[in-house]
Design a protein around this ligand. Sequence first.
Ligand SMILES: [Zn+2]
Length: 445
Amino acid sequence: MSIFNSNAAIQEVQNEKLQEILSICEKGHPYYKELWSKEGIDVSLIKTTDDLIRLPLTHKQALMENPDSFRIQLKDLPLQERILWEVIYTTGTTSEPTPFFNTTHDYHNYLFQSKRVAEISGIFSTDIIANLFPLTTAPMGAYLRSVTNAYAAGATIFAALPGAKNAKHDLQRSMQECIRLIEQNRPTILWGIPSFLRRLLIKAIELEADFQSVRMCAITGEASSMAMRDEIRRCLKVLHAKDQIVFDRYGSTELGAFAQCKEESDWHNPTPEAQFHEVVDIESGKRLNHGERGALAVTHLDRRGTVLIRFLIGDFVSIANDACPNCGRQGDRIVGPVTRAKDLVKVKGMLINPSVLLNGIQSIIGIDEFQVEVCKAVASDPFSMDELKVRIATQVLDKAHLIRHLTETVQISVKVTPRIEIVAIEDIFNIEKHAKIQRFIDSRK
Ligand SMILES: [Zn+2]
């Protein structure tokens, strides 16, 4: 019987795995061992995921400060639970990349999760996947894990290697070379960052490239709006692609991937036996009920490298726990919109949420690319007024109308009037130089 048939079966497995991981952490997790003993917490009393609320939440800062202290160090575990298989790095905009350690056991678990993701989202052994993630300075989860996803489904995969040029090895391919590789290898799935995929599809239309083999775009690595996903579908249609499915993945290095069973629906936790999720109130830290929006926290139930208990991912969502209206699976589903808490910034004294702003701008038809910058009105004068600049690239003829529409959208989204500049697309997005568009820049500091 599938675990997805009953919530009671899921809870039973989760409680059993929780007791096991807590006992491992108590013996061999440097960070939690010290924290729990300092706070006088007896983890043997925690028997169920309901009891978990007695443990403190873990903030990202703690992991970033000492990633090694989050790694299980127990000599008497079986070999496959001790051997280091790979290290993935999460990159912040300001800090050094943070390592996330995977043992053989964790790698096998990720293969298992990927197999479930493939089942839920309809990826088959007959698929050919084009990995379109950039080759980066530190090993990036999406790049490494696209391969794991292909292996788990028994599918074929190749990497196009776009990204910032590195003269030493000269491995990165231009957008045009990536398009030629796609024509040659005839993939059924294009796997990449949405803004890059969209630029690639637009270029392919320009070049009249043969993309008829493609049936799906799997997107991950940055948030996308419904308008952005519709735009990807439109491009696929113009290219006479076999189908125009946009599979939007929600996930992170610490979470792994969540899968949609239907386009534009919630995200299933593919392996509830390995991960427990809850939503908490960010101010009080109290656990919220299903359906209430708050900060997402994950507890790893079955990892042996980096292990996180009640770890705040940094995203605001809600959780649904009823049977999925599309596929009937039980277990938790993440319900969007996904917004980021840490991104709140003050502009002209107003607290604004960049995710809401970027989503609003992304929904405007006629903007090819855009970038938002918060800066000082007089760059040399730190006491001058804040300014919200929106740079856009567009080919629309009626520019005055577009500017009016954009101004209104920004005002409605964040209550600040922007200064709008029309620039060349290369000034915003140059794939030869950057792997990803920096959509929001705060250059006041
Ligand atoms: Zn479903």
